[in-house]
Design a binder for this molecule. Structure first.
Ligand SMILES: Nc1ncnc2c1ncn2[C@@H]1O[C@H](COP(=O)(O)OP(=O)(O)O)[C@@H](O)[C@H]1O
Ligand SMILES: Nc1ccn([C@@H]2O[C@H](COP(=O)(O)OP(=O)(O)O)[C@@H](O)[C@H]2O)c(=O)n1
Length: 226
């Protein structure tokens, strides 16, 4: 079967990661979480004392960390200079700084080239999820999907993932999520946006399984040349 490239974009909490992993596993494709790469470079900046309020300092350091993504959908991995950062990239500290780092054009250039080389190397094909995959990273993707959901649904989903004290504050989760969407949509270089030829799927009232089935069907239709 021919290799297929699927781009899945959308704001936080719309189900990109869960959907992409499940679709890739079902179809025997590789999987790439591009948000994890932006989180990893942000983690490195914080760890190395780079002032993340200073775009020039971020730009100067953008090429330094060696980020490697493992693309098996059953066990995706991410390392920086050989260190497993899967857990530390999910902290609130990284989450609150990632939009500032990902807005810097030099960062986007480095990470975009990395993403393209990973997609080229995927023999069977790949599902790549992020914010600018359909518009910028892989504009020739075979299928582009843009996931959406209400801010309430997204905050409830995210809140359910957080433990203890953090989980109790749904309003704060919603506020942080909406602020990150605004920063990601408002930046100059490849903002979060729906590609003109993307299929939009509102997941607010759909189960994860329904979204997965919907995307698998879209891929199969593309493969059948419909
Ligand atoms: N359609 C859905 N209905 C309910 N919960 C969902 C749905 N899709 C994803 N989730 C849950 O919402 C949370 C965020 O999903 P995730 O895939 O990480 O979103 P994103 O990658 O877009 O930020 C996860 O806990 C996931 O299990
Ligand atoms: N293709 C991408 C993917 C993520 N990002 C940035 O990385 C951040 C984290 O992405 P993520 O997908 O891990 O975020 P969640 O929606 O999973 O919380 C986003 O808020 C963006 O700032 C980006 O700029 N471009």
């Amino acid at each position: 079967m021919e290799s297929v490239i699927v781009a899945i974009d959308g704001p936080s909490g719309t189900g990109k990661s869960s959907t992409s992993k499940a679709v890739a596993a079902k179809l025997g494709l590789s999987y790439l979480d591009t948000g994890a790469q932006y989180r990893a470079i942000t983690w490195w900046m914080l760890r190395n004392g780079v002032d993340v309020a200073d775009p020039a300092a971020i730009a100067a350091a953008a090429g330094k960390p060696g980020i490697v993504s493992g693309t098996d959908p059953a066990a995706p991995t991410i390392t920086v200079d050989g260190t497993d950062v899967a857990a530390p990239i999910r902290t609130q500290e990284v989450t609150s700084k990632v939009s500032a780092v990902s807005a810097v054009p030099e960062v986007r250039h480095v990470i975009t080239e990395l993403q393209r080389s990973i997609a080229r190397a995927a023999r069977e094909g790949i599902v790549v999820e992020g914010r600018d995959i359909g518009t910028t990273v892989l504009p020739d993707a075979d299928l582009k999907v843009f996931l959406t959901a209400s801010p309430e649904a997204r905050a409830a989903r995210r809140s359910g993932e957080l433990k203890g004290k953090e989980a109790s504050d749904l309003a704060a989760t919603r506020q942080a999520l909406v602020a990150r969407d605004a920063a990601d949509s408002g930046r100059k270089t490849s903002p979060l946006a729906k590609a003109g030829d993307a299929v939009e799927v509102d997941t607010t009232d759909l189960s994860l399984q329904q979204v997965v089935e919907c995307v698998v069907t879209l891929v199969e239709e593309k493969r059948a040349g419909r």
